[in-house]
Design a protein around this ligand. Sequence first.
Ligand SMILES: Nc1ncnc2c1ncn2[C@@H]1O[C@H](COP(=O)(O)OP(=O)(O)O)[C@@H](O)[C@H]1O
Ligand SMILES: [Mg+2]
Length: 311
Amino acid sequence: MPPADAAGIAAGKPPEKPPDRMSSADEITPRAARGDDGAPAARPALARFDHASVVFDTPSGPLKAVDDMRCEIHEGDFVSVIGPSGCGKTTMMNMLAGFQQPTSGSVSFEGRPITGPGPERGVIFQEYGVFPWLTVKDNIAFGLSLAANRIGAKEREEICAHYLALMGLSDFANVYPKHLSGGMRQRVAIARAYAVKPKFLLMDEPFGALDAQTRSNMQNLLLEVLAAEGKTVMLITHSVDEAIYLSSRIIVVTARPARIRQIVDVKFPYPRHEEIHERAEFAELRRTIRELVASEYRAQQAQARPEPFPR
Ligand SMILES: Nc1ncnc2c1ncn2[C@@H]1O[C@H](COP(=O)(O)OP(=O)(O)O)[C@@H](O)[C@H]1O
Ligand SMILES: [Mg+2]
């Protein structure tokens, strides 16, 4: 599948509509799932939230983190999720990863309810997901040595060498993570997830701890990996620019509990290059999404402080 198709956007064609067009929360079928006439095509979703909610039991009572999430992710989609801190984004992703069961509704992958983690879904956590007792190279090789992904030693060496080089870590192959900077450790975690070549990459603020230049490099590298391997991605991010630059769709979620506030299609064709940051359409999308997110932060503050400040 060519990368542009994998991204759900017709190869080389200009976007059919201005990129600031937004679909309402009810209109959840992504463009990738539509036929030429705009009608939804009969294409099964890769992953699907079907009225999924999560309520946690806490010492101070039930806490709803995700509410009635309804959304389909199709093969080749790059979906970003953006919303206030603590609103339920990680909980949402944990359901796809198989770490969290919905309290009501369902979440499925390839038509089957998700009951646990699986090698076809690669997760990159918000915190550094590296094993301190393994060297950089062994961290990257870790997933490849699991039974589900078992491959020959030679192939494993090649894959490790490829991702070490891609992440600029070749000189650190035999070093333990404690000797690396935070940003380098996160690159190890990213390399480990990429090396297994999962069909679906779940990324929870993967670049948040990186300096601006490394972050930008990692974004471009991700676009390259996607172009070469045609994956499906869900990315949680706080960066509106990152979401626009990388995604085919952005799901803006509400203050807790996370519900779909708005789904925004990003119609810049892939492959994308840095220069799209300078476009007027980019600025317009940025303004729209920032305002949506800011209004949810205001809603969250209002929830947290229902009483006016005493004077
Ligand atoms: N295992 C858990 N038990 C109880 N509460 C939790 C648990 N996991 C998350 N929460 C709460 O659910 C809410 C949403 O958390 P989370 O999904 O991590 O938000 P986000 O990723 O958007 O910052 C937060 O209030 C958090 O404290
Ligand atoms: Mg989170």
